[in-house]
Design a protein around this ligand. Structure first.
Ligand code: MTE
Ligand code: MO
Length: 162
């Protein structure tokens, strides 16, 4: 039991893991994220889905598209067409979970605005600010898929229930 605190501490500060059914599981630090092609988001109002509560206005985020990171890690390819059954589960350091489907990210305009952000209003975001922040800029109510302290993207390949 002596190790409990050590195990519970964040493993590497602000490191993002891509794990599960990727061809190459990868890990990215904040500095590594900024080496990819970046996208500047449109400012938006953060509003909760459950309560419709206005949280705050958000200045333009800069980040890398989630599809760019997923492509880097490689979609599952063991069976032809299998990648289209992939669901991506994004997990925050606190265990908060949201989902994205392959179709949504790669085959609808929604995916173009799903970013892993490391800058806001021209200023670098620190882990204390919540970096890296995953958000889906096309969502009607953006707060639920605005994940602070993103820790992991898991790839799951779904099939029909047996
Ligand atoms: N990591 C993490 N991100 C999260 C959540 C959470 O519980 N954990 N809750 C989401 C929801 S439902 C809301 S309404 C907003 C709340 O934002 P706030 O904590 O800045 O008020 O964060 C979103 N992002
Ligand atoms: Mo919420």
């Amino acid at each position: 039991m002596d190790n409990v605190n050590v195990i519970a501490a964040p493993a590497v500060d602000a490191a993002l893991l891509l794990s599960g059914r990727f061809q190459r599981p990868l890990s990215f630090g904040l500095d590594q994220l900024s080496r990819y092609e970046s996208v500047l988001a449109t400012p938006f109002d953060l509003r909760c889905y459950t309560t419709n509560r206005f949280i705050r206005s958000v200045e333009p985020y800069r980040g890398v598209r989630l599809t760019t990171l997923i492509t880097e890690a490689g979609l599952p390819n063991s069976v032809p067409g299998k990648f289209k059954r992939t669901v991506f589960v994004a997990v925050g350091h606190d265990g908060y979970v949201v989902t994205f489907s392959w179709h949504e990210l790669f085959n609808t305009p929604v995916g173009e605005n799903v970013l892993v952000a490391y800058e806001c209003g021209g200023r670098a975001l620190t882990p204390e600010d919540g970096a890296p922040i995953l958000f889906s800029g096309s969502d009607i109510l953006p707060a639920p898929r605005h994940v602070k302290r993103l820790a992991r993207i898991e790839a799951h390949v779904l099939g029909p229930l047996a």
